[in-house]
Design a protein around this ligand. Sequence first.
Ligand SMILES: [Zn+2]
Length: 380
Amino acid sequence: MLLIPCAIAALVLPPAPPVDRVVIVSVDGLRADALEGSSLGQLPAFGRLLQGPHTLNARCDPDISVTLPNHVGMVTGRMMLGPSGHAYELNTLPLAPAAGGLVRPSPSRYIASCFDVAHDAGLSTAAIASKLKFTLFAQTWGDEYGAADADPRGGDNGRNKIDTFTFAPDMPRVTDAVIDALDTLDAPDTPDTPDTRPDDATRGLVFAHYALPDSVGHTTGWTTEPNQPWMASVKAVDDELGRLLTAIDTDPKLNGRTAIVLTADHGGGVPFGTHTDQDALVNYRIPFIVWVDGTEHSCDLYATNSGVRADPGVDRATTHERVTAPIRNTDAGNAALQLLGLEPVPGSVYGGESLPLTVTPPATPPAVTSPAPVAPRAGS
Ligand SMILES: [Zn+2]
Protein backbone atom coordinates (compact mmCIF):
# COMPACT_ATOMS: atom_id res chain seq x y z
CA MET A 1 0.00 0.00 0.00
CA LEU A 2 1.27 3.46 -0.90
CA LEU A 3 1.48 6.05 1.83
CA ILE A 4 0.28 9.45 0.79
CA PRO A 5 2.87 12.23 1.25
CA CYS A 6 0.83 14.21 3.76
CA ALA A 7 0.63 11.19 6.01
CA ILE A 8 4.41 10.74 6.01
CA ALA A 9 4.90 14.39 6.94
CA ALA A 10 2.27 14.19 9.62
CA LEU A 11 3.94 11.28 11.38
CA VAL A 12 6.59 13.76 12.58
CA LEU A 13 4.58 15.58 15.19
CA PRO A 14 5.60 18.06 17.85
CA PRO A 15 5.37 17.23 21.56
CA ALA A 16 1.95 17.48 23.11
CA PRO A 17 0.95 21.06 23.90
CA PRO A 18 0.88 22.11 27.56
CA VAL A 19 -2.74 21.22 28.20
CA ASP A 20 -3.81 21.14 31.82
CA ARG A 21 -7.42 20.22 31.40
CA VAL A 22 -9.37 18.13 28.92
CA VAL A 23 -13.13 17.95 28.60
CA ILE A 24 -14.48 14.85 26.88
CA VAL A 25 -17.83 15.93 25.44
CA SER A 26 -20.27 13.26 24.34
CA VAL A 27 -23.33 14.44 22.44
CA ASP A 28 -25.88 11.64 22.66
CA GLY A 29 -27.24 10.69 19.25
CA LEU A 30 -25.22 13.21 17.24
CA ARG A 31 -25.16 12.13 13.62
CA ALA A 32 -22.08 13.34 11.80
CA ASP A 33 -24.06 14.77 8.89
CA ALA A 34 -25.55 17.38 11.24
CA LEU A 35 -22.16 19.08 11.06
CA GLU A 36 -21.88 19.04 7.27
CA GLY A 37 -22.92 21.41 4.54
CA SER A 38 -25.08 24.43 5.17
CA SER A 39 -26.07 23.19 8.64
CA LEU A 40 -22.67 24.15 9.98
CA GLY A 41 -23.35 27.83 9.33
CA GLN A 42 -25.94 27.71 12.11
CA LEU A 43 -23.54 26.01 14.52
CA PRO A 44 -20.70 28.45 15.32
CA ALA A 45 -19.36 26.55 18.33
CA PHE A 46 -19.15 23.28 16.42
CA GLY A 47 -17.51 25.31 13.66
CA ARG A 48 -14.82 26.46 16.09
CA LEU A 49 -14.22 22.93 17.34
CA LEU A 50 -13.83 21.72 13.76
CA GLN A 51 -10.82 24.03 13.46
CA GLY A 52 -8.89 21.26 15.20
CA PRO A 53 -7.98 17.74 14.06
CA HIS A 54 -11.16 15.78 13.37
CA THR A 55 -13.10 13.37 11.25
CA LEU A 56 -16.82 13.26 10.55
CA ASN A 57 -16.49 9.62 9.57
CA ALA A 58 -15.75 7.99 12.93
CA ARG A 59 -17.58 4.91 14.12
CA CYS A 60 -19.42 3.75 17.18
CA ASP A 61 -18.99 0.23 18.52
CA PRO A 62 -19.50 -2.17 15.58
CA ASP A 63 -21.73 -4.50 17.55
CA ILE A 64 -24.05 -2.11 19.35
CA SER A 65 -25.33 1.40 18.71
CA VAL A 66 -26.92 2.34 22.03
CA THR A 67 -25.83 4.68 24.78
CA LEU A 68 -24.25 2.97 27.75
CA PRO A 69 -22.04 0.33 26.08
CA ASN A 70 -20.63 3.01 23.78
CA HIS A 71 -19.88 5.36 26.67
CA VAL A 72 -18.16 2.54 28.53
CA GLY A 73 -16.08 2.12 25.38
CA MET A 74 -15.21 5.83 25.33
CA VAL A 75 -13.73 5.82 28.83
CA THR A 76 -12.09 2.37 28.69
CA GLY A 77 -10.71 2.34 25.12
CA ARG A 78 -12.33 -1.03 24.51
CA MET A 79 -15.05 -2.29 22.23
CA MET A 80 -17.86 -4.27 23.82
CA LEU A 81 -17.06 -7.72 22.43
CA GLY A 82 -13.89 -9.74 21.96
CA PRO A 83 -11.14 -10.93 24.30
CA SER A 84 -10.29 -7.39 25.34
CA GLY A 85 -13.88 -6.19 25.28
CA HIS A 86 -15.47 -4.42 28.24
CA ALA A 87 -18.48 -6.78 27.93
CA TYR A 88 -20.98 -4.24 29.31
CA GLU A 89 -24.14 -4.59 27.22
CA LEU A 90 -26.98 -3.20 29.35
CA ASN A 91 -28.47 0.17 28.45
CA THR A 92 -30.70 0.63 31.46
CA LEU A 93 -30.22 1.87 34.99
CA PRO A 94 -27.41 -0.28 36.34
CA LEU A 95 -28.04 -3.01 38.83
CA ALA A 96 -26.58 -2.67 42.29
CA PRO A 97 -22.82 -3.29 42.22
CA ALA A 98 -23.12 -6.54 44.17
CA ALA A 99 -25.70 -7.75 41.64
CA GLY A 100 -23.45 -7.11 38.67
CA GLY A 101 -23.84 -3.38 38.08
CA LEU A 102 -20.17 -2.88 37.36
CA VAL A 103 -18.07 -2.74 34.19
CA ARG A 104 -16.44 -6.11 34.72
CA PRO A 105 -16.43 -9.02 32.27
CA SER A 106 -16.09 -11.28 35.31
CA PRO A 107 -16.26 -10.49 39.03
CA SER A 108 -12.49 -10.60 39.46
CA ARG A 109 -11.50 -8.78 36.28
CA TYR A 110 -11.11 -5.05 36.83
CA ILE A 111 -11.50 -2.80 33.79
CA ALA A 112 -9.65 0.48 34.16
CA SER A 113 -10.85 3.77 32.69
CA CYS A 114 -9.33 7.08 31.68
CA PHE A 115 -10.48 8.32 35.11
CA ASP A 116 -8.18 5.73 36.73
CA VAL A 117 -5.10 6.89 34.81
CA ALA A 118 -5.73 10.59 35.38
CA HIS A 119 -6.66 10.24 39.05
CA ASP A 120 -3.85 7.83 39.91
CA ALA A 121 -1.40 10.28 38.34
CA GLY A 122 -2.66 12.94 40.73
CA LEU A 123 -5.04 14.82 38.47
CA SER A 124 -8.58 15.76 39.45
CA THR A 125 -11.53 14.16 37.69
CA ALA A 126 -15.22 14.87 37.19
CA ALA A 127 -18.10 13.31 35.28
CA ILE A 128 -21.34 15.13 34.45
CA ALA A 129 -24.11 13.18 32.74
CA SER A 130 -27.67 13.95 31.77
CA LYS A 131 -28.90 10.36 31.98
CA LEU A 132 -29.16 8.69 35.36
CA LYS A 133 -27.82 5.37 34.06
CA PHE A 134 -24.35 6.91 34.06
CA THR A 135 -24.31 6.12 37.77
CA LEU A 136 -22.66 3.00 36.36
CA PHE A 137 -19.50 5.12 36.17
CA ALA A 138 -19.73 6.20 39.80
CA GLN A 139 -20.39 2.63 40.89
CA THR A 140 -17.60 1.03 38.89
CA TRP A 141 -14.91 3.62 39.51
CA GLY A 142 -16.02 4.87 42.92
CA ASP A 143 -14.77 4.52 46.48
CA GLU A 144 -15.87 0.94 47.01
CA TYR A 145 -15.12 -0.80 43.71
CA GLY A 146 -12.40 1.36 42.17
CA ALA A 147 -8.89 -0.13 42.14
CA ALA A 148 -6.10 0.88 44.47
CA ASP A 149 -3.89 3.70 43.17
CA ALA A 150 -1.50 2.09 40.69
CA ASP A 151 0.67 5.15 40.09
CA PRO A 152 3.22 6.44 42.61
CA ARG A 153 2.97 9.94 41.17
CA GLY A 154 1.08 12.31 43.39
CA GLY A 155 0.96 9.92 46.34
CA ASP A 156 -1.96 7.64 47.11
CA ASN A 157 -5.03 9.20 45.55
CA GLY A 158 -7.35 6.45 46.66
CA ARG A 159 -9.90 4.22 44.98
CA ASN A 160 -12.44 6.87 44.03
CA LYS A 161 -11.37 7.60 40.44
CA ILE A 162 -14.11 10.19 39.80
CA ASP A 163 -13.77 13.01 42.31
CA THR A 164 -17.14 14.53 41.43
CA PHE A 165 -20.04 12.76 39.73
CA THR A 166 -23.01 14.95 38.78
CA PHE A 167 -26.36 14.00 37.30
CA ALA A 168 -27.61 17.06 35.42
CA PRO A 169 -30.84 16.31 33.55
CA ASP A 170 -30.88 19.46 31.43
CA MET A 171 -28.16 20.88 29.23
CA PRO A 172 -27.55 24.27 30.89
CA ARG A 173 -26.89 22.44 34.15
CA VAL A 174 -24.41 20.19 32.37
CA THR A 175 -22.51 23.21 31.09
CA ASP A 176 -22.66 24.95 34.46
CA ALA A 177 -21.25 21.83 36.12
CA VAL A 178 -18.47 21.52 33.53
CA ILE A 179 -17.45 25.15 33.98
CA ASP A 180 -17.61 24.73 37.74
CA ALA A 181 -15.48 21.58 37.52
CA LEU A 182 -12.88 23.35 35.39
CA ASP A 183 -12.82 26.18 37.89
CA THR A 184 -12.50 24.06 41.01
CA LEU A 185 -10.30 21.18 39.94
CA ASP A 186 -7.91 21.84 42.78
CA ALA A 187 -10.38 20.77 45.45
CA PRO A 188 -9.15 17.76 47.45
CA ASP A 189 -11.18 14.56 47.50
CA THR A 190 -12.60 15.15 50.97
CA PRO A 191 -12.11 17.79 53.65
CA ASP A 192 -10.36 15.18 55.78
CA THR A 193 -7.92 14.20 53.07
CA PRO A 194 -4.92 16.46 52.76
CA ASP A 195 -4.37 17.37 49.14
CA THR A 196 -1.04 15.75 48.35
CA ARG A 197 -1.17 16.89 44.77
CA PRO A 198 0.03 20.47 44.80
CA ASP A 199 1.56 20.29 41.35
CA ASP A 200 -1.13 18.41 39.53
CA ALA A 201 -4.30 19.15 41.42
CA THR A 202 -5.21 21.96 39.05
CA ARG A 203 -4.86 19.61 36.11
CA GLY A 204 -7.82 17.49 35.34
CA LEU A 205 -10.11 15.40 33.22
CA VAL A 206 -13.81 16.21 32.88
CA PHE A 207 -16.39 14.04 31.12
CA ALA A 208 -19.59 15.77 29.98
CA HIS A 209 -22.68 14.18 28.43
CA TYR A 210 -25.42 16.11 26.59
CA ALA A 211 -28.54 14.03 25.93
CA LEU A 212 -30.98 16.34 24.13
CA PRO A 213 -30.44 15.26 20.48
CA ASP A 214 -31.10 11.67 21.50
CA SER A 215 -34.31 12.45 23.38
CA VAL A 216 -35.60 14.71 20.59
CA GLY A 217 -34.67 12.08 18.00
CA HIS A 218 -36.71 9.49 19.86
CA THR A 219 -39.68 11.85 19.93
CA THR A 220 -39.68 13.39 16.46
CA GLY A 221 -37.07 11.47 14.49
CA TRP A 222 -33.53 12.36 13.45
CA THR A 223 -34.66 14.98 10.94
CA THR A 224 -31.57 16.72 9.59
CA GLU A 225 -33.45 19.29 7.53
CA PRO A 226 -33.07 22.89 8.80
CA ASN A 227 -35.67 24.19 11.24
CA GLN A 228 -36.78 20.70 12.20
CA PRO A 229 -36.86 19.75 15.89
CA TRP A 230 -33.83 17.51 15.76
CA MET A 231 -31.59 20.16 14.20
CA ALA A 232 -32.92 22.61 16.78
CA SER A 233 -31.66 20.25 19.48
CA VAL A 234 -28.23 20.22 17.85
CA LYS A 235 -28.34 24.03 17.77
CA ALA A 236 -29.16 23.97 21.49
CA VAL A 237 -26.06 21.85 22.09
CA ASP A 238 -24.10 24.36 20.02
CA ASP A 239 -25.32 27.14 22.30
CA GLU A 240 -24.05 25.21 25.33
CA LEU A 241 -20.69 24.52 23.68
CA GLY A 242 -20.51 28.23 22.92
CA ARG A 243 -20.95 28.99 26.61
CA LEU A 244 -18.21 26.50 27.45
CA LEU A 245 -15.85 28.01 24.87
CA THR A 246 -16.54 31.51 26.18
CA ALA A 247 -15.75 30.35 29.71
CA ILE A 248 -12.45 28.93 28.45
CA ASP A 249 -11.69 32.05 26.39
CA THR A 250 -12.26 34.46 29.24
CA ASP A 251 -10.50 32.65 32.11
CA PRO A 252 -6.72 33.16 31.94
CA LYS A 253 -6.03 29.91 33.72
CA LEU A 254 -8.12 27.97 31.19
CA ASN A 255 -7.42 29.84 27.98
CA GLY A 256 -4.89 27.99 25.82
CA ARG A 257 -4.55 25.23 28.41
CA THR A 258 -7.88 23.46 28.03
CA ALA A 259 -8.65 20.96 25.29
CA ILE A 260 -11.93 19.41 24.18
CA VAL A 261 -12.46 15.95 22.70
CA LEU A 262 -15.97 15.67 21.26
CA THR A 263 -17.69 12.59 19.94
CA ALA A 264 -21.03 10.76 20.13
CA ASP A 265 -22.22 7.40 21.35
CA HIS A 266 -24.18 6.78 18.14
CA GLY A 267 -26.20 8.60 15.48
CA GLY A 268 -29.82 7.82 14.84
CA GLY A 269 -32.71 7.41 12.44
CA VAL A 270 -33.00 3.67 11.75
CA PRO A 271 -35.55 2.42 12.58
CA PHE A 272 -37.42 5.72 12.61
CA GLY A 273 -37.25 7.35 16.02
CA THR A 274 -34.41 5.21 17.30
CA HIS A 275 -30.87 4.06 16.56
CA THR A 276 -30.77 0.37 17.32
CA ASP A 277 -29.93 -0.88 13.81
CA GLN A 278 -26.16 -1.20 14.07
CA ASP A 279 -25.92 -1.79 10.31
CA ALA A 280 -27.36 1.62 9.37
CA LEU A 281 -24.83 4.28 8.34
CA VAL A 282 -26.78 7.08 10.00
CA ASN A 283 -26.60 5.16 13.29
CA TYR A 284 -22.93 4.17 13.26
CA ARG A 285 -21.35 7.24 11.63
CA ILE A 286 -20.38 9.86 14.21
CA PRO A 287 -17.98 12.81 14.60
CA PHE A 288 -14.66 12.68 16.44
CA ILE A 289 -13.23 16.15 17.06
CA VAL A 290 -10.17 17.40 18.95
CA TRP A 291 -9.85 21.08 19.83
CA VAL A 292 -6.82 22.33 21.69
CA ASP A 293 -6.88 26.09 21.79
CA GLY A 294 -8.32 27.23 18.50
CA THR A 295 -4.99 28.14 16.98
CA GLU A 296 -4.15 24.67 15.73
CA HIS A 297 -4.42 23.65 12.12
CA SER A 298 -7.49 21.80 11.06
CA CYS A 299 -6.67 18.40 9.64
CA ASP A 300 -8.24 15.09 8.80
CA LEU A 301 -7.35 12.61 11.54
CA TYR A 302 -7.33 9.77 9.01
CA ALA A 303 -4.68 11.58 6.98
CA THR A 304 -2.51 12.28 9.99
CA ASN A 305 -2.84 8.68 11.23
CA SER A 306 -2.74 6.88 7.90
CA GLY A 307 -0.15 4.35 9.05
CA VAL A 308 -2.42 3.00 11.75
CA ARG A 309 -6.02 3.85 10.84
CA ALA A 310 -8.08 3.74 7.66
CA ASP A 311 -11.14 5.71 6.64
CA PRO A 312 -13.89 3.07 6.31
CA GLY A 313 -15.86 4.97 3.67
CA VAL A 314 -19.44 3.88 4.25
CA ASP A 315 -18.62 0.54 5.88
CA ARG A 316 -19.60 -0.34 9.40
CA ALA A 317 -15.99 -1.49 9.88
CA THR A 318 -16.06 -4.38 12.28
CA THR A 319 -12.30 -4.86 12.43
CA HIS A 320 -10.00 -3.31 14.95
CA GLU A 321 -6.84 -4.50 13.26
CA ARG A 322 -4.05 -1.97 12.99
CA VAL A 323 -4.13 -0.05 9.66
CA THR A 324 -7.66 -1.15 8.79
CA ALA A 325 -9.23 0.10 12.00
CA PRO A 326 -11.41 3.19 11.83
CA ILE A 327 -11.36 6.00 14.37
CA ARG A 328 -14.05 5.26 16.95
CA ASN A 329 -15.67 6.94 19.91
CA THR A 330 -13.64 4.39 21.89
CA ASP A 331 -10.61 6.58 21.12
CA ALA A 332 -11.94 9.45 23.25
CA GLY A 333 -10.54 8.52 26.66
CA ASN A 334 -7.04 7.81 25.47
CA ALA A 335 -7.09 10.92 23.27
CA ALA A 336 -7.78 12.97 26.38
CA LEU A 337 -4.97 11.23 28.28
CA GLN A 338 -2.59 11.85 25.40
CA LEU A 339 -3.39 15.57 25.45
CA LEU A 340 -2.68 15.57 29.19
CA GLY A 341 0.68 13.88 28.59
CA LEU A 342 -0.43 10.66 30.28
CA GLU A 343 -0.12 7.04 29.17
CA PRO A 344 -3.08 5.08 27.75
CA VAL A 345 -5.57 3.17 29.88
CA PRO A 346 -4.09 -0.23 30.85
CA GLY A 347 -5.53 -2.99 28.69
CA SER A 348 -7.16 -0.55 26.28
CA VAL A 349 -7.13 -1.12 22.52
CA TYR A 350 -8.28 2.11 20.85
CA GLY A 351 -5.65 4.76 21.40
CA GLY A 352 -3.55 2.21 23.25
CA GLU A 353 -0.19 0.75 22.30
CA SER A 354 -1.57 -1.73 19.78
CA LEU A 355 -3.80 0.77 18.01
CA PRO A 356 -2.45 4.27 18.62
CA LEU A 357 -4.09 7.48 17.45
CA THR A 358 -2.14 10.73 17.39
CA VAL A 359 -4.50 13.59 18.15
CA THR A 360 -2.07 16.43 18.72
CA PRO A 361 -2.35 18.84 15.80
CA PRO A 362 0.52 19.13 13.32
CA ALA A 363 2.82 22.14 13.69
CA THR A 364 2.37 23.12 10.07
CA PRO A 365 -0.73 22.93 7.93
CA PRO A 366 -0.97 19.42 6.48
CA ALA A 367 -1.61 18.88 2.82
CA VAL A 368 -5.33 18.57 2.34
CA THR A 369 -6.61 15.22 1.20
CA SER A 370 -10.19 14.47 0.46
CA PRO A 371 -11.71 11.95 2.82
CA ALA A 372 -13.48 9.03 1.25
CA PRO A 373 -16.93 10.14 0.13
CA VAL A 374 -19.76 9.17 2.39
CA ALA A 375 -22.92 8.40 0.48
CA PRO A 376 -26.14 9.45 2.15
CA ARG A 377 -28.44 6.64 3.06
CA ALA A 378 -32.08 6.62 3.93
CA GLY A 379 -33.16 6.92 7.50
CA SER A 380 -33.15 10.54 8.56
ZN1 LIG B 1 -31.38 6.81 22.34
